[in-house]
Design a protein around this ligand. Structure first.
Ligand SMILES: [Zn+2]
Length: 133
């Protein structure tokens, strides 16, 4: 299969207003994720504190549960951080004019889809084609 870059790329133009709309959606998404991440870090600190407090007592099972919860929370925080990075890269690419175009057909990916899936690289119809394969 020929790479998208080897094909004659359709003209990529998007109005300032549209770019701005995407930027706003991405920044909002980033802020949401950031808030979730901050919340998650607070939870981790709290669980860590509780765990240390419990370690002084005799309830081993409870300590184990809290260790597990904390590990889960750390995994969640790492996932959130990764998504924040992805959204920030998307904002950078948007600034360079390389964001929001379907890698397969070159059409603009709808703003709503980009806001929901900032890492989307295919438009809805191409995505459905990919999934059907
Ligand atoms: Zn497409």
């Amino acid at each position: 299969m020929a790479k998208a870059s080897e094909k004659a790329a359709p003209k990529r133009s998007r109005s300032e207003a549209e770019s701005e709309k995407i930027r706003v959606a991405l920044v909002e998404r980033r802020d949401e994720l950031q808030a979730e991440y901050d919340q998650s870090l607070t939870e981790i600190t709290e669980l860590q504190r509780e765990r240390l407090a419990d370690s002084a007592g005799d309830d081993q099972a409870d300590t184990g549960t809290k260790t597990f919860e904390r590990e889960q929370e750390i995994t969640l925080a790492n996932n959130l951080l990764e998504r924040i990075t992805q959204v920030e890269r998307a904002i950078e690419r948007l600034g360079e004019g390389n964001y929001g175009w379907c890698e397969r057909c070159g059409n603009a990916i709808p703003v709503e889809r980009l806001a929901a899936f900032p890492v989307a690289t295919l438009c809805v119809s191409c995505k459905q084609l990919e999934e059907r394969r």
